[in-house]
Design a protein around this ligand. Sequence first.
Ligand code: MG
Length: 321
Amino acid sequence: MTEPAHPLPMRVPLAGLPARVRVHEVGPRDGLQNEPAVVPVEVKAEFVRRLAAAGLTTVEATSFVHPRWVPQLADAEELYPRVRDLAPDVRLPVLVPNERGLDRALALGAREVAVFASATESFARANLNRTVAEALAMFEPVVARAREAGARVRGYLSMCFGDPWEGPVSPAQVVDVCRALDAMGCDELSLGDTIGVATPGHVTALLTALAEAGLPADRLAVHFHDTYGQALSNTLAALQHGVTTVDASAGGLGGCPYAKSATGNLATEDLVWMLHGLGIDTGVDLGRLTATSVWMAERLGRPSPSRTVRALAHDASHKEQ
Ligand code: MG
């Protein structure tokens, strides 16, 4: 008997969905930032390059946060110059927590930055040691100066659906913070379900509330976590609402320190399998991407939690040899 063919999803479109989705790959930053063992900078650079070679057009490379807060990303100054030649074909956003971080990023030629706000007071306090309003005030000059420098700015918003201390988060509360980020000049807002509690009706309710507040789907990205197995259902709800930018992490790398379970970020492979099955173009080569996640999992010393990576890993490891 011959070997079965490399499996691919059957392409069966569903009415009312976008023709193309931009995957915003967060593996090198959001995926690695909570890894306890420091990954060598050469491995990180190779990871970014392999993701780009797999067809990802946006790869969030690192964070210019103070090294004390995220030791894993303390090598941002060494990493960014190793990958910046990928731009402008590949967009390489970097997280900047404050003006100092922005200065460091701009000095290295970053053309796209992201700030990280919270929809809830509890998480703003835990993550930024500030109130929501104080955090927004801190970001205002960061966004203004980034835009003056010609850089594109993404505003991340955490805890858009639920908060581990406060419980459910109302769409109205999220709308208020989104409006503030929009008013200061963010080009795109990424709605984070940091603890993975959202379900599709909640996603639709929030996106509807944002549209009514003058923030249409083309200004938004969604950042779902798969903690409760809802990330793809929620993504489909967002696509039905017109969202065309979806955040995901190769191999499902990265959890949330506030949700103590193994499963965190939506795996890029799981997302791409669904999108390609729906006939939605991403430009991503699923085989190459899976091979990259298998390679990275070997470096981290544990298997990827992604269902799709696990299902395809046998083929991918053959391709790697
Ligand atoms: Mg995440």
